[in-house]
Design a protein around this ligand. Structure first.
Ligand SMILES: NC(=O)c1ccc[n+]([C@@H]2O[C@H](COP(=O)([O-])OP(=O)(O)OC[C@H]3O[C@@H](n4cnc5c(N)ncnc54)[C@H](O)[C@@H]3O)[C@@H](O)[C@H]2O)c1
Length: 359
């Protein structure tokens, strides 16, 4: 008998919609059943684009949940809406794939995690870079012990996105009460999660400085200049639970960089480098293994084997269908990221190292 497809809804028809939509369309395990956006014009436009009948279009997500049309939902709206939407989904037994970060503060995410734990609802937090095959390959190399014990992790995650006068579609990314924070919440949660994913290291202490380069921006609607109360860069040192140490450079004000990630991991037996820099390197990793001074000074570029290919939305459907590979992030990891974001901001505000081994 053919397996029943997971009937998906998507809330939010903005920039990230396409990634979820493409993932649903590419899977044999799911189908798009409904979409929701509080902006009716945007909703109608997207509905026509994806060919959904008006009875499958909703401006109110609770009405979509109550329609009986969907089994699971992608939450693709601004950060301060995620937790309330997830709670409403859980109430109705609707599984959810949630965009990052989970929320705008640790307390609301902690409470949500407790609710998730008491429910039978499945969830995934969309830490996208866990699905880059090169990241999975690096993870495997480290797990196999090929580079030995890790001494240092040097990380760059930089973009030019905040050099534009305003964000993609609205001002919300520059409003602390909506976004939670700036670059720390938008990119920091990705990269701190990715480093733990690849290396297995967890954060013990951090010392960060975060601020904004651009203090005033035009509101895309009113065109008036508004003060920005979110950060657009973060520089951070870390001590990990094993004694390894790291340095993170995170910024959205780097001209020439679209979505540049480079993570260099140096261990007792070798080094491995993950790149999301250009198409020639993206699916490769750079590896140097050998005795210091003797066989080193040469990084080989190794293509990522096909077995490491993964798709984010398929991973969610596998979670819902009870056959996860265990590599996608769920609410516990979302909560950990939320805790770290708050500690990063705390460290910057207090101008000191902070402990982040709890939470
Ligand atoms: N995983 C990634 O790499 C990645 C990349 C980009 C964005 N994101 C995340 O995706 C989320 C959305 O970002 P975006 O860039 O698509 O934003 P966006 O501003 O482009 O789109 C958000 C959409 O949500 C709609 N919306 C807002 N409040 C709503 C509500 N209460 N009910 C229904 N619809 C509502 C808006 O009308 C808009 O169409 C954010 O949490 C962001 O951090 C993740």
């Amino acid at each position: 008998m053919e397996k029943k497809k997971i009937r998906m809804g998507i809330i939010g028809t903005g920039m990230i919609f396409t990634r979820h939509y493409n993932g649903i369309m590419a899977s044999k395990d799911a189908e798009l059943a409904a979409i929701c956006d509080s902006n009716e014009e945007a909703l109608m436009k997207k509905g026509a684009e994806v060919g959904l009948d008006s009875s499958h279009l909703f401006t109110d997500y609770e009405k979509m949940f109550d329609s009986g049309l969907i089994d699971a939902v992608s939450i693709c709206t601004p950060n301060n809406t995620h937790v309330k939407m997830a709670k409403a989904a859980i109430k109705r037994g609707i599984h959810f794939a949630m965009e990052k970060p989970v929320g705008v503060n640790y307390e609301e995410v902690k409470e949500l995690n407790e609710i998730v734990k008491k429910s039978n609802v499945k969830n995934m937090i969309c830490f996208t870079y866990r699905f880059k095959s090169a990241a999975r390959f690096v993870r495997d190399i480290i797990k196999n012990g090929d580079i030995g014990d890790i001494y240092h992790v040097y990380v760059e995650y930089i973009q030019d996105y905040d050099l534009r006068p305003f964000s993609f579609s609205s001002f919300w990314r520059f409003e602390k009460n909506v976004a939670g924070g700036g670059v720390v919440y938008d990119l920091g949660c990705h990269i701190t999660d990715l480093v733990t994913f690849m290396t297995g290291l967890d954060y013990k202490e951090i010392c960060a400085t975060t601020d904004n380069v651009i203090k005033m921006r035009p509101d895309p609607v009113t065109k008036e200049m508004r003060e920005v109360n979110t950060d657009d860069y973060c520089h951070m040192m870390t001590k990990f639970n094993t004694g390894a140490t790291g340095v993170f450079i995170i910024s959205k004000c780097c001209l020439g960089r679209k979505n540049y990630q480079r993570v260099s991991i140096y261990g007792t037996k070798g080094a491995v480098i993950y790149n999301l820099t250009d198409k020639n390197l993206e699916d490769n990793v750079e590896v140097c293994i050998g005795k210091p001074y003797v066989d080193s000074y040469k990084f080989d570029i190794i293509p990522t084997p096909a077995e490491f290919k993964a798709d984010m939305m398929q991973s969610f459907f596998d979670i819902v269908n009870g056959c996860p590979d265990g590599l996608a992030a769920e609410m516990d990891e979302g909560l950990r990221a939320q805790y770290l974001m708050e500690r990063i901001v705390e460290s910057s505000e207090k101008r000191t190292w902070v402990d982040c081994s709890q939470g």
